[in-house]
Design a protein around this ligand. Structure first.
Ligand SMILES: NC(=O)c1ccc[n+]([C@@H]2O[C@H](COP(=O)([O-])OP(=O)(O)OC[C@H]3O[C@@H](n4cnc5c(N)ncnc54)[C@H](OP(=O)(O)O)[C@@H]3O)[C@@H](O)[C@H]2O)c1
Length: 326
């Protein structure tokens, strides 16, 4: 495989439109693509700012489009086409009809189209670890829709549309809370582990989580654009190289604060009564998915190498909240 230094800037650099450019991924991806020489067009509603500033944003064209409003009006795909992109990175597609419209309008107009999927397209894994060929048995509205979007794009790729799919794990980074060792988003779990408090996990705490640092997700998008000649028509897992069990995760977090984790285990039906409805729903979702995705394909075909393990990604995310972790 060719490495970036062997490729001319012209070959690498594209006019690249990023749909949903100011969120978790875009915060890291936009500066990366600017540094790589891309002419970046950042699309969003202009309501959110990136999680941290970077000088590279000064050379980015900002375009305000509300995807939801424009999809209702039937103008979204044409608005994106009007930006005359050579590459489109779609970070905000959750609907197969929306993906189909983009395919219809952008066909023959873009050289590469990279969609952000999710490991959830697999549903509950039948074997562990699993690669991208593992069957899709998604459950829940989000996973089902993302799997349908994937089908639309892979079918389109068979017909010549230059689609690439990247499927991240739990995206983590400084500026927002990562999924905690109990499988939900209550900061209290981290506080308890930091303070020597008791944390209750479901069953034996052996369900898995597979975080990925947002900058590693951004790395994968940059590499997919770079290696589009081999990546088109392919789906890639984008996650830390290995998952972590909820129990090992809790123990690691406590150890970062010089503590031993004080863990209690409860069967699901009893644990469920100890948390709010939203937390229970999130934990159930994470436990059922218990990801253990291989990143071998992204490593081999894209040269993807995550800088962060799952635990290191979490620690980096927690450092602004708990400065003693720095
Ligand atoms: N979070 C995870 O752990 C995770 C895991 C796997 C896969 N994913 C995938 O990651 C993707 C999301 O990426 P992200 O986490 O970087 O997103 P994010 O942090 O939620 O950011 C969303 C971006 O889209 C913009 N946006 C939101 N609504 C919009 C609209 N109606 N029209 C135009 N722009 C809009 C936001 O800016 P404005 O608000 O200013 O418009 C922002 O730039 C999704 O495809 C999701 O399936 C996420």
């Amino acid at each position: 495989m060719c490495c970036p230094t062997e490729r001319s800037l012209q070959e690498i650099a594209l006019r690249t439109v990023i749909i949903g450019a100011t969120g978790h991924i875009g915060t890291w991806l936009v500066p990366r693509l600017v540094r790589a020489g891309h002419d970046v067009v950042a699309v969003s509603r202009g309501m959110r700012r990136p999680y941290h500033d970077a000088v590279e944003w000064n050379s980015v064209q900002r375009v305000t489009i509300d995807r939801v409003l424009e999809e209702h009006a039937g103008t979204f795909a044409r608005s994106i086409a009007g930006l005359h992109a050579e590459a489109v990175v779609d970070l905000t597609c959750f609907d197969p009809v929306s993906a189909m419209h983009l395919v219809q309008v952008l066909r023959d107009r873009v050289g590469v189209f990279v969609h952000c999927g999710t490991l959830w397209v697999h549903g509950t894994p039948a074997t562990r670890p699993y690669d991208e060929k593992a069957p899709r048995h998604p459950f829940g509205d989000y996973g089902i829709r993302k799997a349908l979007v994937e089908r639309v794009l892979l079918d389109a790729a068979d017909g010549g549309f230059p689609a690439i799919l990247l499927h991240p794990g739990h995206i983590s980074g400084p500026g927002w809370l990562p999924i905690n060792p109990a499988g939900h988003l209550d900061k209290g779990v981290f506080d308890a582990l930091a303070d020597g408090g008791r944390v209750t996990l479901v069953d034996d705490g052996m369900a898995t989580l597979q975080h990925v640092h947002a900058d590693d997700v951004a790395q994968a998008f940059e590499l997919a654009l770079l290696h589009r000649d081999v990546a088109v028509g392919e789906a890639f897992h984008v996650a830390a190289a290995a998952p972590v069990t909820m129990r090992a995760y809790a123990e690691a977090v406590a150890s970062w604060f010089g503590r031993e984790a004080r863990l209690t285990y409860l069967p699901w039906e009893e644990w469920l009564l100890t948390v709010g409805e939203r937390d229970a729903e999130l934990t159930r979702d994470h436990m059922l998915h218990s990801p253990c995705a291989s990143i071998g394909k992204a490593r081999a075909m894209l040269g993807f190498e995550p800088r962060f393990t799952a635990l290191a990604a979490v620690r980096d995310a927690l450092t602004p909240i708990y400065p003693s972790l720095a």
